[in-house]
Each structure stands twice: as structure tokens, then as C-alpha cells.
Design a protein around this ligand. Sequence first.
Ligand SMILES: [Zn+2]
Length: 145
Amino acid sequence: MPIYEYECPNHGIFEMYMLLSDFDRTWIYCPESYCAAACERVHSLCNVQPDTMWAGHNTAQGYFTSKSEYNKLLKEKNLETLTSRSDIENVRKNVAKAKAAKKEKQLNNLTKHLTNELKDVTIDPDGNTLKETNKYVRARNKPTE
Ligand SMILES: [Zn+2]
């Protein structure tokens, strides 16, 4: 049974054992005899959840000293914090897949480009170009006036 604190205007703050189902009872009648004033629940220190970022946290989004500020920014940027291990693994897998696909595409583009650039160049077994018809070579060999 949780203990809640209530404040009587005549008797001050007192503690009461309440049922867990009474969590949303924000006021009760004063239990003292001949009082019966309405007593509002007060939040004792142990009921108040501390801000988990109060000491300051460096995050990927910057430095934060308030969890609510941090959550606000995440919402603004449409980001979410992954908490389940399988979600994190899935994101990592997808990132790795995307990186591999990008690398393969770049390699294909490079191969296509080089094949096109070097199509007229004959390379001997020693790696020397025999027929310098590559456009860069042509430009280099252009006689100067
Ligand atoms: Zn009272």
C-alpha cells in the first residue's frame, strides 16, 4: 500500500495509507475528529520523479539538462529513441544494408566510367599504354603554340 501525503488547512501535512486504486484521489476529508476539512494531496519528495538529465547529458543532439527539453527536440526532429534490442539490431542491419548498396552502386558507376574512358586505350602486359587515344592523354599531348 502506498503512502500519500495530504495537507489539511487546519492540521498541516499528514500521511495516509491508501489503496493503489486510490491513486487518482487528489483530496480526502481530514481524518482528525471535528475537522473534516478537504485536504489536497501534496507531492512528497519520494513521489516526485527527478529529471534524469538534471546533471547534464551529452547526446547526439547536443548537451541537455532537461529530459523534457530533450524529448521536445526529438519530437521536433521526428526522431525516436529505440529501447528494444531487436529494434536496434534491425536499424543496424538496415543501415549496413544501405551502406553496402551505396558502395556497390558507386563501384558500378566507377567501373562504367573507367571502362568508357579507357575503351580506346590499349594496355600492354607491363601496364604501359600503347595507343594513347584517351582524351586526357590527347589533351596533354596537344602541341603548344
Ligand atoms: Zn484537519
